[in-house]
Design a protein around this ligand. Structure first.
Ligand code: SDX
Length: 436
């Protein structure tokens, strides 16, 4: 970051001395006012619950221009990456800052492929869950449990440990998600087949059984790979901020990623894809497109507590570029599977059209986000709705670990420790229970 010529001067109407605060430029995007010395100089904190105006860190990984609806991974537009690259290239880009050449891609893919198996003891963790446990409950447990198996790579101050942990997490997430799925359907786990692609291996572990050969459909394989790329990273979102804050204590990478999995589960965040598909199915059950108007009235009624899931975003005040790409992927997959007339896809497109012409949404700049169409394509692929967020976590793991490693690799990083505006009781003495 570069010190700007101008500075910010904070003055107080009560005559307290004003304070000059440095301003820094990034390479692109808003400048920042450096308030690190504010408390020491004024005895005051800033107040920003939800961090609407707060930059928690500096990062070189992902840039979002919410007004333009632009998403760049290490400077490359998501549209170009989703079209011209695959998820392994995207992982290399996010972790190391550049797209690999052919030899580099082969080497990286080989490293990931060699770590796709999990320790045989991992299967015994699953037995403790009910068969109908939510996959995200299982994943929160399994990812955290990985830290019990890799004592050789949990020294986060060692760059080699950070790198092998990244490879292990990227490699093992598909295996764990597929195990969580197989456990809930009572089928045997399928071991990874290392001759398959990353996405192909995941589909194999998900849908193959020991009873008959399973052939990966290349259209579905490409769609799965693109879904991974579209979900790979997204600046300082809630789960990434969780991973950074958790990792700032010096805990091991597996524990920090498990914290990210837990945060992503929420319906306001990664859980929105599951909630969105359930919303579409509810509207379909009520009568489909003819009931959209009635549903929209509920969404606009604050007292209903009903939101149009898959719509709106803290940063995008324009169309989420991932939603556009996801809609295209929907069309490709539904077309390839002969499901062009999928009623839920038609319903989603009708909902989008109505919302984008409705003042409530226009005024609030609410557009479809990544979760609006992702469930429709995953459902068409045969992925059960409760597994959608686990697949989001699988894909986001590379972003989480890239951001975590970026933070830990910065010699200036400190443990995150926000303060508060205290509104509770002032000092008071405990009374004996007979007098309370
Ligand atoms: C992800 O941060 C990321 O980058 C996340 C993510 C990533 O890749 O990591 O992009 C992934 O989490 C996408 C978002 C998925 N969530 C949903 O689709 C759930 C539905 N969306 C909303 O809950 C909401 O839009 C949020 C949580 C996404 C954003 O909330 P904000 O920024 O806190 O905005 P807000 O709730 O203050 O909304 C502003 C206004 C409010 O109305 P008013 O009080 O101004 O009258 O818009 C309304 C909200 O009520 N609003 C919605 C709405 N989203 C916002 N009204 C109806 N339906 C919606 N979906």
């Amino acid at each position: 970051m570069k010190l700007a010529d101008n500075k910010a001067t904070l003055s107080f109407s009560n005559g307290s001395p004003s304070v000059d605060l440095p301003v820094y430029h990034g390479n692109v995007g808003p400048d920042v006012v450096d308030i690190r010395k504010l408390y020491a100089q004024t005895g005051m904190f800033t107040y920003d619950p939800g961090f609407l105006s707060t930059a928690s860190c500096q990062s070189a990984i992902t840039y979002i221009d919410g007004d333009k609806g632009e998403l760049l991974y290490r400077g490359y537009p998501i549209e170009q990456l989703a079209t011209n690259c695959d998820f392994m290239e995207t992982c290399h880009l996010l972790l190391y800052g550049n797209l690999p050449n052919a030899a580099g891609k082969t080497e990286f893919t080989k490293r990931v492929t060699q770590h796709t198996m999990v320790n045989e003891q991992m299967q015994f963790f699953l037995r403790g869950f009910r068969r109908d446990a939510h996959p995200m409950a299982i994943m929160t447990g399994l990812v955290g449990a990985l830290s019990a198996f890799y004592h050789d790579s949990t020294d986060i101050t060692n760059p080699e440990h950070r790198d092998i942990s990244a490879i292990r997490l990227i490699a093992k997430m598909p295996t764990l998600v597929a195990m969580a799925y197989k456990y809930t359907v009572g089928q045997p786990y399928m071991y990874p087949k290392n001759e398959l692609s990353y996405a192909g291996n995941f589909l194999h572990m998900m849908f193959a059984t020991p009873c008959e050969p399973y052939v990966v459909n290349p259209v579905i394989e490409r769609a799965m790979d693109r879904i991974f790329t579209l979900h790979a990273d997204h600046e300082q979102n809630a789960s990434t901020s969780t991973v950074r804050l958790c990792g700032s204590s010096g805990t091991n990478p597996f524990a920090a990623i498990a914290a990210g999995v837990a945060c992503l589960w929420g319906p306001a965040h990664g859980g929105a894809n599951e909630a969105c598909l359930n919303m579409l199915e509810d509207i379909q059950r009520m009568g489909g497109i003819s009931k959209v108007g009635e549903f929209m009235e509920k969404v606009k009624d604050k007292n209903s507590g009903v939101k149009l899931m898959g719509f709106g975003h803290r940063v995008y005040k324009n169309y989420d570029p991932r939603a556009k790409l996801m809609q295209e992927t929907c069309k490709e997959v539904l077309g390839a599977l002969g499901l062009e007339n999928d009623p839920l896809f038609k319903l989603a497109m009708a909902l989008e059209k109505i919302a984008l012409e409705d003042d409530y949404f226009v005024q609030r700049k609410l557009y479809p986000n990544v979760d609006f169409y992702s469930g429709i394509v995953q459902r068409a692929i045969g992925i059960p709705v409760p597994l959608f967020t686990a697949i989001f976590a699988l894909a986001r793991t590379v972003g989480w670990i890239a951001q975590l490693n970026e933070m830990i690799g910065d010699p200036e990083y400190k443990i995150g420790r926000p303060r508060q505006l205290f509104t509770g009781s002032e000092r008071r003495d405990v009374q004996p229970i007979s007098q309370r």
